[in-house]
Design a protein around this ligand. Structure first.
Ligand SMILES: Cc1cc2nc3c(=O)[nH]c(=O)nc-3n(C[C@H](O)[C@H](O)[C@H](O)COP(=O)(O)OP(=O)(O)OC[C@H]3O[C@@H](n4cnc5c(N)ncnc54)[C@H](O)[C@@H]3O)c2cc1C
Length: 243
């Protein structure tokens, strides 16, 4: 479906964690999208010289679910996230959707491993909750989510109860008595042994550019072919942008 110009009406707002919030909305006209696609939000007049600013957000809800849900990390001083953060039910905003080809492709006889940092979990939630995933499940599915503190783990109660999904939240700097994996997703990936079907798995990576580069390096060392790796980079660190 080609991207359409949309009027969006907010129906819900809630804090998911201390740093991530959820905005839910309906669109006019209605849209169809594939899990993993994103919406481009238009922030009127917030760009240079008063131009409109656009920011991309993966749709976190499954394609058959309405209203549409986004999960957004509040970035200090960021115009896009601060615009979304002040929205409340009844507010309207403009968007363009659907965009993107970071979509889930079921493949006969293959395993799937989703690897995210932070709100990079959004497209994977959409994929895992989709009818396509339910009707054509992979042989096995693993989902790794990397965050700094345990309070930042997203969708834990939902993900931990999905039948057949191995859900691994990796917390790099836990504050309390965190019982789960301590370290980054890349540490967890390195700890996975030869009993993991490395070469029979399709990998979907989403979030920070640094994590994605490191994961690709690990996968390459395991002999994984490039065409088994799909990625969506949300942002690059200032250091990565220079290189
Ligand atoms: C295809 C695509 C889909 C995306 N989907 C999502 C999504 O579902 N949820 C979401 O929160 N973001 C998502 N992003 C990032 C989003 O588009 C914005 O870049 C982000 O929200 C910051 O916008 P801003 O205007 O508030 O801040 P800006 O001023 O544009 O950004 C300031 C800095 O914040 C950092 N930053 C940007 N995004 C993040 C993040 N998610 N976590 C930590 N630091 C960040 C970067 O270093 C960036 O340079 C997506 C990006 C792309 C390309």
């Amino acid at each position: 479906m080609a991207a359409q110009d949309l009027q969006c009406e907010v129906v819900g707002f809630r804090e998911l964690t201390p740093t991530v919030f959820e905005v839910t909305f309906n669109t006019t006209p209605g849209i169809t999208f594939e899990s993993g696609q994103f919406i481009s939000i238009i922030v009127a007049g917030a760009g240079p010289h008063g131009r409109d600013l656009r920011r991309a957000y993966s749709i976190a809800s499954a394609p058959h679910i309405r209203p549409i849900e986004l999960c957004v990390k509040l970035v200090d001083g960021g115009p896009g996230t601060n615009f979304l953060y002040q929205l409340r039910p009844g507010d309207r905003f403009r968007g363009m959707a659907p965009y993107g080809d970071f979509t889930y492709e079921p493949k006969q006889g293959r395993h799937v491993c989703f690897i995210a940092t932070g709100t990079g979990i959004a497209p994977f939630r959409s994929m895992i909750l989709s009818e396509t995933f339910r009707k054509s499940p992979p042989v096995s599915s693993t989902c790794l989510l990397g965050v700094s503190e345990e309070s930042e783990v997203l969708y834990d109660s939902e993900m931990s109860t999905i039948p057949g999904l191995r859900w691994v939240p990796a917390v790099s700097r836990p504050k309390g008595d965190w019982k789960g994996f301590r370290g980054r997703v890349t540490d967890y990936l390195r700890s996975m042994g030869s009993d993991f079907p490395w070469l029979e798995t399709d990998y979907y990576l989403c979030g920070s550019g640094a994590m994605i580069d490191e994961v690709k390096q690990i996968l390459s060392e395991r002999g994984v072919m490039k065409d088994a790796i799909h990625q969506e980079v949300y942002f690059k660190s200032p250091k990565e942008k220079q290189s």
